[in-house]
Design a protein around this ligand. Structure first.
Ligand code: ADP
Length: 448
């Protein structure tokens, strides 16, 4: 509850309201008090002067204070002040509240002497002081009234904030809740979870990030499943071949002679090759292909790989041509893996090129890259198969057996090796005319 969005919003709103109202109260009450005091002082002076003038006027007219009491009472109630008039000996001759009439007055405030211009001595003194009995608004009571008004205003604002909080928090928390629920279901294994939201800003971004994370998870899970299914499928055939041979030998249908054993051996080697390649692929796909890189002369590496397959090509009557760029391109590569990939491409070309054909291995420099290509005059690859040749277990001729074809992983691994070196691999092919696989690597330095 304390950590809920609704509660936090409410606390924030309430704080803002209280601080604002408090600040307004302080400001308004200070100003009112100040202004009120100034006004009070000024009007008091005016009253003072007027009462003094009237008193002296009376004295001048009657020559004594007689008959002044009713006027003083009248002024007292009119101005809301207590007015006391004493004669020159300090005896109260008029009191707006009557109480002290005829008594000796002991003032606690300074009075104003009444000295008409024709008299030498003061004929009396008058005192004027606020009358507590009169309920005139004082600066204090006014600021209290403002305080009450603001307090009610604040309470009303908090009540409105409560309603606002309810709606705003619902609006904010609904999409967050949707993401939370989807994340929970995703955590329980339902990878198809997506958040439907039209929200923009941070919450929309959260939902989009969640959706792309879920899509990535789903894709990887799909890839993992496909990988397992493909692997099981690929392992099944050589295993059942092996099984079939062994059962036939057991039932006496096939003799365990040299050729049978050679067939069994071939199936077993293919299985172990498949397992090795799968392991390599899984490392590459997890981005854990360890490269032992050194700066190497690419022309030298290409020549070395071609030499390793010269014999095989000769045996098939295929001419192996090498066309190297004049410069000696240096690249930071794992030579073992680049040779492995070149051998793979040359093997594929030899396998798919008829006798008398030509395989050309070339190096060419483009900007800061060196392109290495293996082209043949072989059977070519149908256009519809071209985009798929780098896919795992993809074989153009589906009926091709393991004896004639490879594992279907060679080009996939080749692509991963090139990518791990920061390069790209591409294929061009025309059915019946030949194929060309080319990959590029970043050049480090050049030397003649
Ligand atoms: P495999 O081990 O079966 O050769 P690859 O991944 O190396 O698997 O190749 C995938 C498919 O691409 C092969 O089955 C083959 O049909 C086709 N292919 C590869 N290289 C060539 C080539 N030089 N000429 C024609 N087809 C090729």
């Amino acid at each position: 509850m304390i950590h809920s969005l609704r509660f936090r919003l409410l606390v924030a709103f309430t704080l803002v309201i209280l601080v604002t109202v408090g600040a307004i109260y302080l400001f308004v009450s200070q100003t009112t008090r100040h202004e009120f005091r100034r006004y009070g002082e000024r009007s008091e002076q005016v009253r003072f002067g007027r009462v003094g003038f009237e008193l002296m006027h009376h004295y001048r007219e009657y020559g004594s204070w007689e008959g002044i009491q009713p006027y003083v009472e009248q002024w007292g109630s009119l101005y809301g002040h207590r007015i006391i008039v004493t004669d020159s000996s300090g005896i109260v001759v008029a009191d707006s509240q009557v109480e002290l009439l005829g008594q000796q007055y002991h003032p606690d405030t300074r009075g104003m002497p009444l000295s008409p211009p024709w008299e030498e001595n003061a004929t009396g003194t008058f005192y004027i002081s606020p009358d507590p009995a009169k309920d005139f608004p004082s600066p204090m009571s006014l600021s209290q009234a403002i305080g009450h008004f603001l307090l009610w205003g604040a309470l009303l604002a908090i009540a409105i904030a409560l309603i606002f909080t309810f709606f705003i928090s619902r609006r904010i928390s609904a999409p967050v809740k949707a993401v939370t629920n989807a994340a929970q279901r995703l955590g329980q294994g339902d990878l198809s979870q997506r958040v439907q939201t039209k929200e923009k800003g941070e919450i929309g971004e959260l939902a989009n990030t969640f959706n792309s994370m879920a899509a990535n998870l789903e894709r990887s899970e799909q890839l993992r499943r496909n990988m397992i299914a493909d692997t099981a499928h690929e392992l099944r055939t050589p295993l059942s071949n092996l099984n079939g041979y062994l059962e036939a030998i057991r039932d006496g249908l096939v003799k365990a002679d040299e050729s049978t054993i050679r067939s069994l051996n071939e199936e077993a080697s293919l299985l172990s090759q498949l397992v090795d390649e799968l392991q390599e692929l899984s490392l590459a796909e997890a981005g854990e292909l360890k490269l032992n890189c050194h700066v190497e002369n690419i022309n030298k590496i290409v020549t070395q790989a071609a030499a390793m397959r010269q014999e095989l090509a000769d045996a098939k009557g295929i001419s192996l041509k090498i066309e190297l760029t004049d410069i000696s391109p240096q690249a930071n590569i794992d030579s073992r893996r680049i040779i492995q990939l070149l051998l793979n491409l040359i093997d594929n070309s030899i396998r798919h090129t008829p006798d008398g054909g030509t395989i050309t291995i070339a190096t060419k420099k483009f900007d800061e890259r060196i392109e290495i290509s293996v082209g043949d005059t072989g059977e070519g690859i149908p256009a519809e198969d071209l985009p798929n040749v780098f896919e795992r277990f993809y074989r153009v001729d589906k009926s091709r057996t393991r004896a004639t074809g490879g594992t279907g992983l060679g080009l996939t691994i080749a692509k991963r090796i090139v990518e791990a070196h920061g390069g790209e691999i591409q294929v061009q092919s025309e059915l019946g005319k030949g194929s060309s696989f080319a990959f590029s690597l970043p050049i480090t330095t050049e030397s003649q």
